[in-house]
Design a protein around this ligand. Structure first.
Ligand code: AMP
Ligand code: ZN
Length: 114
């Protein structure tokens, strides 16, 4: 979608600090990091949120999670640990309506989230 911020990042029309990319996903550092490592993993195809992935595209979810583990390894978090989060809808505070998984790490993360 041309008016979608993350589609613009996929198309390289808006700059981002890309840390990993493959045929289906892009990973880039969050512009407003909430932890020493805060990277977003997105599908190249526009999907608004995780609940909008079709049954035919369910392998995309696995691919996104595998990309998260690759990014965590690249960022040196595999031993210390990290959190994978996807905010969905208003109550979760989703602000960008292009599916994204947050990978957060590099400090102790409290639980439960607020
Ligand atoms: P959410 O609130 O889960 O929808 O997360 C959206 C995330 O996108 C927030 O953590 C923002 O800081 C991040 N964000 C917004 N614009 C950009 C951008 N241009 N580049 C990187 N991250 C961004
Ligand atoms: Zn989009």
């Amino acid at each position: 979608m041309s008016d979608c911020l993350f589609c613009q990042i996929v198309q390289k029309h808006i700059p981002a600090k890309i840390v990993y990319e493959d045929d289906r996903t892009v990973a880039f550092d969050d512009i407003n990091p909430q932890a020493p490592v805060h990277t977003l993993i997105i599908p190249k195809q526009h999907v608004a949120a995780v609940q909008d992935v079709n049954d035919q595209d369910s392998s995309l979810i696995a691919h996104l999670l595998m990309t998260c583990t690759k990014v965590a390894k690249l960022k040196g978090l595999a031993q210390s640990g990290y959190r994978i989060v996807t905010n969905t809808g208003r109550d979760a505070g989703q602000t960008v309506f292009h599916l994204h998984l947050h990978v957060l790490g590099g400090r102790h993360l409290s639980w439960p989230p607020g």
